[in-house]
Design a protein around this ligand. Structure first.
Ligand SMILES: [Zn+2]
Length: 239
């Protein structure tokens, strides 16, 4: 004895209505299940944007520190020049006098080069500040967008859950009215294939589930409309 029984053709209309609910239920469940993943992805994107803004801030702080260092070095060198000039005017030794002149010249050249590098740093600072402001603005906008999107996800989840409860209740009422054998077969099929399992045959004679060509014999039976016909390829029910 086969445990399997072809579905009663008379029950197909009822099953199609049931299937319509099941398709909606399945879609809603998928949407609900995808929300946490989408949320995680958006949070990761936000983190990357924040990191970029942070890196830009650090870049600005780094350049500002370099400028302060250069300025401190210039100060030190100026103080040294002052000392050399004092020594120069007080000394009576020619050798020391010459040494002071050389030291002053050498140190002034060093100050020149420090000041040149300070100018370069100032230019870099301008660019870095513009870049930082852009990235901070971008992070602020992205944060606001993210909050709106997450709030929308919460609302979607809430309405989806309510709708799902309602559809499940309607589904239970519909299922209760379908004869047991046909319902059992339909549910067995949906468990193994997912919805839909009752699919239309298109005008060219293809299965609406797997899109393979339906045999002439099966096609005639579908058009006859008196018996349950299964697709030879995917074993879904054709109507
Ligand atoms: Zn098929």
């Amino acid at each position: 004895m086969l445990g399997w029984q072809a579905m009663n053709h008379a029950d197909l209309d009822q099953l199609l209505i049931l299937q319509e609910k099941d398709v909606r239920i399945s879609k809603l469940r998928k949407e609900l299940a995808s929300l946490p993943e989408q949320r995680t992805r958006l949070l990761k994107q936000m983190e990357a944007i924040k990191q970029k803004a942070l890196a830009a801030k650090q870049e600005v702080a780094g350049i500002e520190k370099s400028i302060r260092d250069v300025e401190a070095a210039v100060e030190t060198k100026r103080a040294y020049i002052g000392k050399m000039k004092t020594l120069q005017s007080n000394t009576r030794k020619n050798e020391e006098y010459q040494m002071c002149i050389q030291e002053v010249e050498k140190t002034e050249a060093a100050i020149d080069s420090l000041e040149t590098s300070e100018l370069e740093l100032m230019e870099r600072l301008e660019t870095a500040k513009t870049d930082m402001e852009q990235k901070i603005r971008r992070a602020r906008d992205a944060q606001r967008e993210l909050e709106e999107t997450l709030a929308r996800f919460d609302r979607t989840a809430e309405t989806d859950k309510e709708l799902l409860n309602r559809l499940n209740a309607e589904r239970a009422d519909l299922a209760a009215a379908v004869p047991e054998n046909s319902l059992g077969e339909y549910e067995r099929m949906t468990r193994s294939k997912g919805v839909p399992v009752i699919v239309p045959m298109d005008e060219k004679g293809h299965c609406g589930g797997c899109h393979m060509v339906i045999t002439d014999n099966a096609r005639m039976k579908v058009l006859g409309g008196h018996e349950t016909v299964y697709c030879d390829s995917c074993h879904r029910i054709l109507h």
